[in-house]
Design a protein. Structure first.
Length: 168
């Protein structure tokens, strides 16, 4: 029987990772694979990077040093850099989860609309459960300032496990 897929949306906040101990406590490693999903705004490209005059530059045929020149920094380079950084930051988490017996994968996407992107991944990747932390505002504050977790819980067509971690 195939394992269930649990989507765990993460971001740079410490709050987003507070769901992980609850996942380990409540969700069996034998029956579930975890998809750590990091979504962030797309990079814009920053034009030209500043040259490094301290590098040893080659000499022109006349013996004159080739001076530093600006070089373009492309959006794809920034995306690759962000992906590598996120994977490196999540390495201790993925190592711990794999040692606990979970199948773990990391998915990184770029979008201006994180809610729609999470919902798209749920549908596209055959996700069975979403697990995430929330600040869970209450009363009038909740009405006016819904967070991503609350909206996902309302719009997802699968179960959503929301944890409201205690304040530290």
């Amino acid at each position: 029987m195939p394992k269930n897929k649990v989507l765990i949306p993460l971001n740079r906040s410490g709050l987003s990772q507070k769901i992980l101990p609850h996942v380990e406590k409540l969700i069996s490693a034998n029956e579930n694979d975890l998809v750590l999903f990091y979504v962030t705004t797309p990079p814009r490209g920053i034009g030209f990077g500043a040259p490094d005059p301290g590098s040893g530059y080659a000499l022109k045929p006349g013996g004159e040093p080739v001076g530093p020149t600006p070089h373009p920094i492309y959006v794809t380079q920034q995306e690759d850099s962000i992906k590598a950084n996120v994977e490196a930051e999540l390495l201790p988490v993925t190592k711990r989860l794999k040692e606990a017996g979970y199948g773990v994968s990391i998915l990184i996407d770029f979008s201006e609309a994180p809610i729609e992107e999470i919902l798209r991944v749920i549908a596209k990747s055959n996700i069975n459960l979403v697990a995430m932390s929330t600040r869970a505002p209450v009363g009038v504050t909740r009405f006016f300032f819904r967070d991503i977790a609350d909206t996902i819980a309302q719009k997802a067509e699968i179960p959503v496990l929301l944890i409201h971690p205690a304040e530290e």
